[in-house]
Design a protein around this ligand. Structure first.
Ligand SMILES: Cc1cc2nc3c(=O)[nH]c(=O)nc-3n(C[C@H](O)[C@H](O)[C@H](O)COP(=O)(O)O)c2cc1C
Length: 375
């Protein structure tokens, strides 16, 4: 059975075990992917990265920070890749450390598309995107802030190689690095999301126009990655109403419902949807529809929800059958032992936003666990 045990209105809560595809979770408290910009030489994970993830091994599942699938995929300084041997060796050490600490870990695979800069591209080339439409705003290049450049629209003939990069990184993740699977990053305005949403996809070939055509890139990636490592080790993240990275769509509810229905045929390990709770910075904007409930009603596999959940909100969402599991971003960043804190109703450490991106151990591996506080 590759489908999860879905919960529809039961007495389950965050501490009820759950199976996501091939992965058995002791609890439903997922660590959301968090870019921390602390990879080492050649964008390979380091011993410090391994320590950080191992500290968080009590999560039901760790989803790692977004990880490049090829050398055109990067958009921020010091984010890890999974397309060279050195990077694969770095991830192997991360997987071993998390497994030794009793955890489970999948890596999030991304291509940033237009959310990049020639400084990150081979030979200083323009970033790649479905269409030559620049994001409004600025990005941090490591040498200060720069306006987003106008990307180069991909030729149709270039797309199959990008699809293969996702599958190749998935193989490296599972067969070479020993990670438990991958999460395809279809959210937050990066390349796959740029194809999915009609603000950023103005193509006239088979990858643009109708929602089926805009979803073709994603579907081909899922086809290739599930073929490469097995559908029960592949998850997908979407953010249908997210505005981050200057994103919008003319009909998020209709379009993403169509996408979610099409996902059923893959039997993925899970679908992970960002839709912030009321008041959260990732909540749908004023007047925008909420889509998570609609996706739940058409998508047959396991659903993880994310965006500003407290322990009580998460337990309620699971009990009501709105989701099978909940992921936590900032709470996990600042609380390596989040499940124990939830179980004991203990206070949470506050995250320090000044140390989110870049730097070393400070604000990364030095958040205290309860035991340390008590000692
Ligand atoms: C520092 C930081 C880095 C993030 N990096 C990623 C990322 O690499 N991939 C991703 O899909 N989301 C990323 N996110 C979004 C989080 O996964 C999550 O959706 C967001 O923090 C909302 O969940 P929360 O309210 O539980 O924190 C990041 C968020 C933060 C704060």
């Amino acid at each position: 059975m590759s489908q999860s045990t879905q919960t529809q209105g039961t007495s389950a809560d965050l501490f009820t075990p759950l199976r996501l595809g091939a992965i058995e979770l002791p609890n439903r408290i997922i660590m959301a992917p968090l870019t921390r910009s602390r990879a080492g030489e050649g964008n390979a994970p380091t011993a410090l990265n391994a320590e950080y993830y191992a500290q968080r091994a009590s999560a039901g599942l760790i989803v790692t920070e977004a990880t490049q699938v090829c050398d055109t995929a990067q958009g921020y300084p010091n984010t890890p890749g999974l397309h060279t041997d050195a990077q694969t060796i770095g991830w192997r050490a991360v997987a071993e450390a998390v497994h030794a600490a009793g955890g489970r870990i999948v890596t999030q695979l991304w291509h940033t598309g237009r959310i990049s800069h020639p400084l990150f591209q081979p030979n200083g080339a323009l970033p790649l995107a479905p269409s030559a439409i620049a994001a409004q705003g600025q990005l941090y290049t490591g040498q200060g802030m720069e306006p987003f450049p106008t990307p180069r629209a991909l030729e149709t003939a270039e797309i199959p190689a990008l699809v293969r990069h996702f599958a190749d990184s998935a193989k490296r993740a599972v067969f070479d690095a020993g990670l438990d699977g991958v999460e395809v990053h279809g959210a937050n305005g990066y390349l796959i999301d740029q194809f999915l949403r009609d603000r950023t996809n103005h193509r006239t070939d088979q990858y643009g126009g109708s929602v089926e055509n805009r979803a073709r890139f994603l579907m081909e990636i899922l086809e290739a990655t599930t073929h490469a490592i097995g559908a029960d080790r592949v998850g997908l993240r979407l953010s249908p109403t997210g505005a981050f990275n200057d994103m919008a769509d003319s009909d998020p509810l209709g379009h993403f419902t169509t996408v979610a229905k099409a996902l059923n045929s893959f039997n993925l390990a899970y679908l992970h949807v960002i839709e912030g709770r009321p008041g959260h910075h990732m909540a749908p904007a004023e007047g925008q529809p909420h889509v998570a409930a609609a996706l739940r009603s058409v998508y047959k596999g396991a659903l993880i929800l994310n965006g500003g959940y407290s322990r009580a909100d998460a337990d309620a969402a699971i009990a009501k059958g709105e989701a099978d599991a909940i992921s936590f971003g900032e709470p996990f960043l600042a609380n390596p032992d989040l499940p124990v804190r939830f179980a004991r109703n203990a206070a949470l450490n506050e995250p320090d936003r000044t140390t989110y991106y870049g730097g070393g151990a400070k604000g990364y591996t030095d958040y205290p666990a309860l035991e340390t506080v008590a000692a």
